[in-house]
Design a protein. Sequence first.
Length: 370
Amino acid sequence: MTMMARFLVPALATVACAESGALRGLASTRDAVTTASWNGAMLNQKLVLAKRYDLSKSPSEEFDVASYSDAHLTHSCANYTDDGKTVFSRDGRLVLRVDSTCAGGDCLNSGRIMSKQGFKYGLYTFSAKVPKCNFIWPALWLLPANKDGWGSYGRWPCSGEIDLLETVHDGWDGAFNVVSGYGTEEEFGCSATNAASPTCNECVPSYCTSSTMNWREGTDRYFVEQTDCSAAHPSWEEHTFALSWQPGEIVAYVDPVFSWDADGHLVSIVPKTVDLNATKGAPSWKAYRREVTPEWRDVGTYMQRCFGDNATTSAPFDQDFKLVLNIAIGGYGGAPCSWGQSSCSDPGVCGATIGSEMIVSDISIWERAQ
């Protein structure tokens, strides 16, 4: 596969983000996306750069560097540290690294960051080399407020989660998902009945998760790159992952084609062409529209009943979210290692991830020009 060039753009005017983080969304694809023939192209846009992170600076200037374990989050082997060894800047790039074995050998010291600023709507682009193999689980995603995802509608999952990229082990694919939820009085089991009669408890203590994730059928996946695990620290080539987020619609792309006008406005986003026979039928983009995404619609009763006019029809994806980048190891279904197990540090299992890095060369955010 051809390596994607670093994401470069002509000089253009930069618009300061509002303190609330609310950005002007892209021109709507509402008419086109309701038809089966929509090809994912965002045409007739006029976007300006709202923010570009200076990745040559210390990450702690614009990101909160995590310092806690994954034991009660995704149960991966990751022990996130803020010691300058797992998150740092190098050669103008942001680096997250699986650095070492924890004392005792039952976890691995790794990197995770969350942006200090939250955003709502717009176009988000990440250019990164993503580590692979040895049961690694890196991700590029968005979460409200803090590590517990406690936002305007309650604790995770009530306030939502947007996963631009999750990938595990030696997979060729990236998973793109929207996650939400609603309160319930049931301790176990969730059904349509629960969705129709939610409890206004802000997902504390009991909740139902409503997610587009579908690992069995792969309907949440897009093709990135065939993976070669023969290197000492395997990774994909650099790719640009893009997220278009606007009311009622969230779209993900890998290596889309961007076009600009003479004034430097970003005017179109076109999915990369792939041979579906070579990608197992997986495209290079995927879209979720609320009207045709049951997992998003199912939280509507909870939002209306519990938050009234404070929640729009796009809830929970109508509030500020923060950018999250991390490298987990194991902990997912089918992985041979998880938090507290000696297999985390076993070099024949998950310990081989030590030295693996996510190298990020660009993080930019765009909004519609006034």
